[in-house]
Write a protein that binds this ligand. Structure first.
Ligand code: SF4
Length: 57
């Protein structure tokens, strides 16, 4: 399951750009998980998030 910590996310858009089927930037300018399934893409996004807001559990 993919999660985004809303308190850490700075809304840079990187994850939504990499994996639009998993993440979308919401009205609060935070990344929201639209499909919590783990994918290679979501794991790549976790590694590239500048503030380590993405986790897989
Ligand atoms: S990459 Fe990280 S900081 Fe950027 S929008 Fe996604 S969760 Fe937020």
């Amino acid at each position: 399951m993919v999660k985004v910590d809303q308190n850490k996310c700075i809304g840079c858009g990187l994850c939504a750009g990499l994996c639009p089927e998993t993440f979308q930037i919401n009205a609060d300018n935070k990344s929201e998980v639209v499909n919590p399934q783990d994918t290679d893409c979501s794991k790549n996004a976790e590694q590239n998030c500048p503030v380590q807001a993405i986790s897989h559990k």
